[in-house]
Design a protein around this ligand. Structure first.
Ligand code: 5GP
Ligand code: MN
Length: 325
């Protein structure tokens, strides 16, 4: 509280390729700061999916990759930076250096495994919660902020919890997820409408891309209980890919009976992005960290590769036996 009270220039940032939890937690925190009479600058390393744009305040989020110079200067001059939904500056891509070198106090609010605590001046890190939004709710509650909540803040937090739990289907074995969701719904938010807006607003192209991916780009390896899919740059171009179109596709591979490990490779921005998902105790975090420069959670992680698609997939198949022993 003192930290916030003393700060003149506050920034709230999140990881690159922001998702519902990253955007939701930035907007909810900003909503609370505003009520506290504080103005904050919201900064994402790059753009976020269209299905999150309806959230109150989303249009205030600035994109570092669009205005590197001016936003870089703002980050330099900040005296307090909230770091939402990422555990290491490495997740900031091109924004990494400027945040690292900023003299601002950096406050981590995150739920990813293996946080690099030395990078932050203060850390709220809890890897047992569903989402950064769940963690943020707890922090705001402890700070006595709940009475100042409004519908927009509740919506933002609800979206983060809903998207990071796959609509309350994973990372939600603890009753607190549902307790908090119930508290948020009491702010008169429209759950059905939120769900429709986030999950049922795909373009026709995206649905056909999904169909193509499932029919032409799916490989199942029964001996390793693994399934993977990939989409090349050309595939994405053919189906008029826009950001967000590949979100959730990896879960289809994991939803096959007897498959316990799934991977999804996409060629975007000159890099192979990989999503890993697993069932049970299969540790995607260690696999992503060891072989693909990434990390995340036990059952959901991400990584990347600078090799070609064919090389990346060959390496994946080669390391697979290590993963499952
Ligand atoms: P997704 O596959 O949806 O992009 O990411 C799955 C989970 O892993 C998310 O919680 C995401 O924040 C995390 N994640 C994605 N990429 C990385 C990465 O490169 N490093 C780490 N540590 N976590 C990641
Ligand atoms: Mn998250």
């Amino acid at each position: 509280k003192t930290c916030i009270g003393d700060a003149q220039r506050i920034c709230v940032i999140c990881h690159s390729n922001p998702d519902g939890d990253a955007i939701g937690s930035m907007l909810a925190l900003n909503g609370c700061l505003k009520k506290w009479g504080k103005t904050a600058q919201l900064i994402a390393p790059n753009d976020f999916p269209d299905n999150l744009r309806w959230l109150d305040g989303a249009s205030d989020i600035q994109l570092f990759n669009k205005h590197q110079h001016s936003i870089g200067a703002d980050l330099q001059q900040a005296d307090l930076i909230f770091c939402n939904d990422f555990q290491s500056f490495a997740r900031l891509n091109d924004m990494c250096k400027v945040v690292e070198h900023s003299k601002a106090k950096k406050v981590l609010i995150d739920h990813h495994l293996l946080p690099e605590l030395s990078q932050f001046d203060m850390a709220f890190s809890d890897t047992s919660v569903s989402s950064t939004c769940e963690l943020l709710y707890g922090i705001l509650q402890t700070m006595g902020f709940l009475p100042q909540f409004d519908k927009a803040i509740a919506e933002a937090l609800f979206v983060g919890i809903m998207t990071d739990t796959g609509s309350f289907s994973y990372s939600c074995n603890h009753h607190s997820v549902f307790d908090i969701a119930a508290q948020l719904i009491a702010y008169d938010i429209d759950v059905k409408h939120i769900h429709e807006t986030v999950y049922s607003t795909f373009s026709e192209y995206r649905m056909r891309l999904l169909g193509f991916c499932l029919s032409d780009r799916l490989t199942v390896i029964p001996e390793h209980k693994t399934a993977y899919m990939y989409l090349t740059k050309e595939d994405l171009l053919r189906f008029n890919y826009i950001k967000g179109d590949t979100e959730g596709i990896v879960n289809y591979a994991l939803s096959i009976k007897n498959v316990v490990f799934a991977a999804f490779f996409t060629e975007v921005d000159g890099l192979i992005r990989i999503s890993f998902r697993s069932k049970g105790k299969i540790d995607t975090n260690t696999f992503a960290k060891t072989y693909f420069n990434g990390g995340g959670h036990l059952n959901a992680s991400g990584g990347n590769s600078t090799e070609t698609m064919a090389e990346t997939i060959a390496r994946f198949e080669k390391e697979l036996p290590n993963m499952l022993t």
